[in-house]
Ligand binder design. Structure first.
Ligand SMILES: Nc1ncnc2c1ncn2[C@@H]1O[C@H](COP(=O)(O)OP(=O)(O)OP(=O)(O)O)[C@@H](O)[C@H]1O
Ligand SMILES: O=C(CO)[C@H](O)[C@H](O)COP(=O)(O)O
Length: 411
């Protein structure tokens, strides 16, 4: 086997990979560099040599993209969560400029959110012909998902396909450049072990069937004109594949936001008042779980009174250690809803490890987006806090990378 050296214009820390022509379909942006069988060649020899085509880190290899996975079924609040997350980093998230108007991608200064629906390998007709749902792994191209997320993580731009939800067809690809933070959201970010291993942090939105149904009715009946029967039928049709392929991913998540009917109203079936649990894995690098009052203890707190206005059925917080799929976790729970969002500061001041940059940042974010669904309950509160934790994780990851050469020099 020949030992070869790659000469590249990238910095020494660049990550370069060689791809055979058979892999060019993977959609990498390629640059030409020189590839030799010996490292000791003159510059004349170098310039006369035939170039091989290889891929190199497009951002110089020094900055690495942090990858976040967000899994949930359709209509479970992923887009709302993404809007809260991108807002934490500042700037608005928009579809790629001048691109396909039906693109599912959202780009802001710091984050790029790609929707994994774009890796459907079967379009709507194809799925119908084969009798499979979009949740079925056979309707998705996990090889391409893995190759492209890996490339982006290494700083290499990719040509990502687009699944057009308007037409149900696969559209020509769009270029995705490596961002500072890449969020992959959709049905299967933690399904394929190769993709899962690329994630620096993962979140699962676990919406109970009762609540999912209430949200679906609210959106698909009120906003999209679907009938109650068709909504019920669609949920039922998806359920076996949801249980088989989507739901099991929650065991791999670093944080799960579980949304359940309230326990404050006996036999409530309206789904308006919610009990929301933030399940946080212990021992995750760069992530320290949020706690209420005293870390590791078990707390039950009713904050209603002089400092927090509560109408029926009130608000109840709980916090404590637990286990989840045999992992040690901390769980913070909020049941009920806020009457006045400005009073949230009272609750915020009793929470620790929330990774804010200034006193009241959670309350400020919640007030800023008071029109988003879930702003008056634990869904909005916990999504905002997870957004702040992701910012913190990103800052820790990037500062530890920046510090690494210094450490190496010291050694
Ligand atoms: N926290 C919440 N509280 C109440 N309703 C919510 C909440 N989050 C989402 N919803 C409802 O669910 C609908 C879908 O939300 P969203 O668009 O964020 O979900 P999604 O997972 O991105 O959906 P899809 O995958 O279908 O695009 C909203 O229009 C709203 O009616
Ligand atoms: O579960 C979904 C993820 O959003 C969609 O149902 C899937 O992407 C197929 O989309 P469409 O119904 O528009 O063909």
């Amino acid at each position: 086997m020949a030992v070869c050296t790659v000469y590249t214009t990238q910095s020494l820390n660049s990550t370069c990979s060689i791809y055979t022509p058979t892999k060019t379909h993977l959609g990498f942006h390629q640059r030409q560099v020189f590839f030799y069988s010996s490292s000791k060649r003159s510059s004349k020899q170098r310039s006369n040599s035939r170039p091989f085509v290889i891929t190199c880190a497009g951002v110089g290899g020094d900055s690495q993209t942090v990858v976040i996975g967000l899994a949930a079924d359709s209509g479970c609040g992923k887009s709302t969560f993404m809007r809260r997350l991108t807002s934490v980093f500042g700037g608005a998230a928009e579809p790629p400029k001048g691109g396909n108007p039906d693109s599912n991608t959202l780009i802001s200064d710091t984050t790029t959110v790609i929707c994994l629906d774009d890796y459907h390998s079967l379009d709507r007709t194809g799925r119908k012909e084969k009798g499979v749902t979009a949740l079925d792994p056979t309707a998705n191209d996990f090889d391409l998902m893995y190759e492209q997320v890996k490339a982006l993580k290494q700083g290499i731009a990719v040509d990502k396909p687009i699944y057009n939800h308007v037409t149900g067809l696969l559209d020509p690809p769009e270029v995705i450049k490596p961002p500072k933070i890449l969020v992959i959201e959709g049905l299967h970010p933690m399904y394929d072990p190769r993709v899962r291993d690329l994630l620096d942090f993962s979140i699962y939105l676990d919406i109970s069937n009762e609540v999912k149904f209430a949200w679906k009715i609210q959106r698909d009946m009120a906003e999209r004109g679907h009938s109650l029967e068709s909504i019920k039928a669609s949920i039922e049709a998806r359920k076996p594949d949801f249980d088989a392929y989507i739901d099991p991913q929650k065991q791999y998540a670093d944080a799960v936001i579980e949304v359940l009917p309230t326990q404050l109203i006996p036999d409530d079936n309206e789904g308006k008042v919610l009990r929301v649990r933030l399940i946080m894995k212990e021992g995750v690098k760069h992530f320290s779980p949020v706690y209420l009052f005293d870390e590791g203890s078990t707390i039950s707190w009713i904050p209603c009174g002089r400092k927090l206005t509560c109408s029926y059925p009130g608000i109840k917080f709980s916090y404590g250690p637990d286990s989840y799929f045999a992992h040690e976790v901390s769980i913070l729970e909020m049941d009920g809803q806020f009457d006045r969002l400005d009073e949230l500061i009272y609750v915020e001041s009793h929470l620790s490890n929330i990774s804010t940059k200034f006193y009241g940042e959670v309350t400020q974010q919640m007030l800023k987006h008071s029109d988003f669904p879930g702003s008056n309950n634990g869904t909005g509160l916990f999504q905002t806090i997870v957004g702040l934790k992701i910012r913190d994780l990103y800052e820790q990851l990037t500062s530890s990378k920046a510090a690494a050469p210094v450490e190496a020099t010291k050694a």
